[in-house]
Write a protein that binds this ligand. Structure first.
Ligand code: GAP
Length: 571
């Protein structure tokens, strides 16, 4: 059955995303092959496999597509907890909705993701500098930015269960009998992937038909979200909590967290935890301009925490109440489409290239171009890069052309001049801005989903995370083949000490080598280095195993660092 949401057939929407999606790549594999050709000097793959006690036979290609199609969010959540990537916050006190803690591996992953962003957009560019502003700004900031008056989501309350929902995430549809065209009542389901929504709607429709003692086929559901319903319709729409029409009409709910600054707890001490990092950039525009030698066009980047009192935090770290953002305000000369559009398009292309570079599978990404009502009143354009999460295609990052709205508003609100003097033209003006904005946590979820893979080794199912080496939490596992031969363990230990000066490296000497490989695979360690008898007795070389292909190569000890360096850091 086709889903119609807000009058648009969802199947069409998804096809559109698919059509605009990017072609397929195998960048990682290509880099790997090239570097290997360059660096392997001593032994062939076959010799290496023979030298290792665990030769593996990988059956068929990585079954990413099938594995991903079957993947449920619960499996991701469970894997993250089991392996120390992400835990529910305050779990010993039964958790705290919308908050999460990153464990030993998750904190490494997060650090790598942020470093990759900073490297790509600040260090490797001459036109972007970074800042790290305070989280709490002078509260007038939020008046000027429009957040105090307008940063809200529409919510509906269930009068009976007291549960609160985001009105734009609840979808209702009339249940209409095919034969006579009469409406029996309404169904109301939470936003989710098409299949789940239709399944739940069908179940509700069946209950409704039974209740009303009606029979017969029904027309396809015509979904619209609850911001678009009339009072008359709302009086018939069942609340997901009570199954009765007990929902209020939508009201605006401001998402900013309030706090008080100083000893007094009155209206004069109210301040806000920043709901985005962007405003910290705008209020520092003048300082950065005065203290750096940058010239238009230039960008200011910031990575940091943001807080939103989300009505319905959902889908694990996809929408949480405390998260991190990586944002850039890229200041450009004022002008019409011919001025801002090329910058906007370039930032979309650069953002996509970055997402690919950190390992997002291209075929899971797409674009969502905002138009008409979907665009803020001041915005010239906004394009989201979307990702196909297990719960549906959703925004991953946004790239907006915001005109001069922000600097102008802060100039008016503060009474300070926030313009730019062009030395060449001798003109003064308020620059316009392009804003790429990406959630760290949302990207991490996309990276975990993207990396999830399954295949068979020696006839046994293997599930692993095929993280790109640059963001993998642990880059290398050093494995002494046995743990009771001192010279062998010593050689392995020396290599481990050397490698850990450069990367986050794991030491693992327990269990059969095949088991150790599997342990490393599950958390996405891209390379296992095995020190064996040959290492100490004859060739002074080690076996380096590639996680994805399970291919093993034999490399002289003193070439291990340059080899891994090329594979992990790309140079
Ligand atoms: N300065 C623009 C801005 O904040 P946004 O679309 O509200 O725009 C930008 O947020 C990005 O921040 C989103 O694309 C998403 O990656 C991330 N993000 C927003 N709200 C989030 C939340 N509640 N939890 C996790 N990530 C979130």
């Amino acid at each position: 059955m086709a889903i119609i949401r807000n009058g648009i057939a969802l199947t069409m929407f998804l096809t559109l995303h698919g059509a605009l999606g990017f072609g397929s790549i195998s960048r990682h594999a290509a880099i790997g092959a090239a570097s290997r050709r360059h660096l392997i000097t001593a032994f062939s793959t076959a010799e290496a496999a023979a030298a290792s006690s665990a030769s593996e036979k990988k059956d068929g290609p990585i079954k990413n597509d099938q594995a991903y199609a079957n993947l449920k969010m619960e499996e991701i959540v469970s894997l993250c907890k089991r392996r120390g990537i992400i835990f529910p916050s305050s779990e010993i006190y039964n958790g705290f909705a919308g908050f999460f803690d990153y464990g030993p591996l998750g904190s490494e992953l997060k650090r790598n993701v942020k470093d990759a962003f900073w490297k790509a957009f600040v260090h490797e560019r001459e036109d972007v500098v970074g800042i790290d502003s305070s989280i709490i700004h002078n509260p007038t900031t939020w008046k000027s930015s429009g957040h105090l008056d307008g940063f809200s989501d529409p919510m509906v309350d269930c009068r009976e269960t007291k549960l609160r929902y985001r009105a734009d995430q609840l979808y209702c549809s009339p249940v209409v009998l095919e034969e006579c065209g009469s409406t029996v009542g309404f169904v109301c389901v939470l936003e989710g992937n098409d299949e789940d929504m239709v399944k739940e709607a069908k179940a509700q429709a069946n209950r409704l038909l039974k209740e009303k003692e009606k029979k017969g086929a029904i027309q396809p559901f015509q979904f619209k979200d609850l911001t678009q319903v009339t009072e008359e319709e709302m009086a018939q729409i069942p609340s997901p909590g009570s199954n009765k029409p007990t929902l209020t009409m939508p009201r605006d709910f401001n998402l900013m967290f309030q706090t008080n600054v100083g000893a007094m707890q009155d209206a004069s001490s109210v301040a806000y935890l920043r709901p985005e990092t962007a405003q910290g950039i705008f209020i520092n525009y003048k300082n950065v301009l005065a203290s750096s030698r940058i010239k238009l066009p230039f960008g200011i980047a910031q990575i940091g925490k943001a807080f939103r009192n989300e009505i319905t935090p959902r889908n694990f770290i996809f929408r949480s109440r405390e998260f991190e953002q990586m944002e850039i305000e890229y200041f450009i000369p004022p002008g019409d489409e011919d001025v801002w559009k090329p910058y906007h398009e370039k930032w979309i292309a650069d953002s996509k290239a970055f997402l690919e570079q950190v390992g997002l599978r291209e075929e899971l990404m797409g674009y969502d171009v905002h138009e008409g009502d979907g665009l803020a009143h001041y915005a010239r354009a906004c394009t989201d890069i979307t990702f196909k999460f297990p719960f549906g295609v959703q925004e991953l990052m946004g790239i907006a052309a915001r005109g001069d709205f922000d600097l102008k508003s802060h100039s008016e609100g503060s009474g300070k001049v926030l313009d730019y003097f062009d030395e060449e033209t001798k003109e003064k003006f308020i620059p316009h801005v392009i804003e790429p904005s990406l959630g760290v946590d949302r990207l991490i979820l996309a990276l975990i989903c993207s990396a999830y893979a399954e295949d068979e080794i020696n006839g046994e199912k293997r599930s692993y995370l095929s993280f790109h080496p640059s963001i993998a939490p642990v880059k290398v596992a050093v494995l002494p083949l046995v743990k009771n031969k001192e010279p062998l363990v010593k050689a392995a230990r020396e290599l481990y000490e050397k490698l850990k000066k450069r990367w986050n490296v794991q030491w693992d000497q327990t269990g059969a080598i095949g088991r150790r490989y599997r342990r490393a695979d599950e958390v996405g360690v891209p390379f296992c280095v095995t020190v064996d008898f040959e290492t100490i007795e004859s060739d002074g070389a080690v076996t380096v195993r590639d996680r994805d292909s399970t291919e093993q190569v034999r490399i002289p000890m003193d070439e291990v660092v340059p080899y891994l360096s090329k594979m992990i850091d790309g140079y």
